[in-house]
Design a protein. Structure first.
Length: 155
């Protein structure tokens, strides 16, 4: 079901990225061309602003993409995503640390699934979550992209 009104597809150095919006908030950032999931392919000002900030981030000229976002998910997912937003640029946290931060220390795998369902990667920095042993594990955009983003942030 198409619930997001607008999207626009950009070609970035990391590949195509689809940015989606309901008209007031950014609701999706998808790797690849996913225009078919949206009602309209239209570059509205909020999407354009997001793309400009994302380009600055990907070029290493900015630490943050700051745009209004709206998340839709379960209560558990929302807790995880809100913690992810607090991970500082250039730092990482383990799945276990995230589970402990949401007062559910045995939920490491569930944290991983919430990461996987993150609708706005990079802006909600799920790439900053790693294994307890420091290993890179899982990323919707692929492991090469996760490594690229962490390297970009100096990690």
């Amino acid at each position: 079901m198409k619930i997001d009104k607008y999207c626009y597809v950009y070609k970035e150095k990391i590949g195509e990225i689809t940015i989606g919006s309901d008209g007031e908030f950014i609701t999706k950032l998808l790797f690849g061309n996913h225009a078919d999931l949206f009602l309209n392919t239209k570059e509205i000002p909020l999407i354009e602003k997001t793309a400009c900030q994302l380009k600055e981030y990907l070029n290493g000229n900015s630490e943050l993409v700051q745009v209004p976002i709206k998340l839709r998910g379960t209560n558990f997912q929302m807790k995880v995503w809100n913690v992810l937003k607090q991970i500082p640029y250039g730092q990482t946290r383990s799945y276990k640390e995230i589970a402990m931060m949401i007062d559910n220390p045995k939920a490491c795998r569930a944290v991983g699934m919430a990461n996987n369902r993150n609708p706005i990667p990079i802006i909600i920095p799920c790439h900053r979550v790693i294994g307890s042993d420091g290993s890179l594990v899982g990323y919707g955009g692929g492991m090469r992209l996760k490594q690229y983003l962490l390297n970009l942030e100096g990690k």
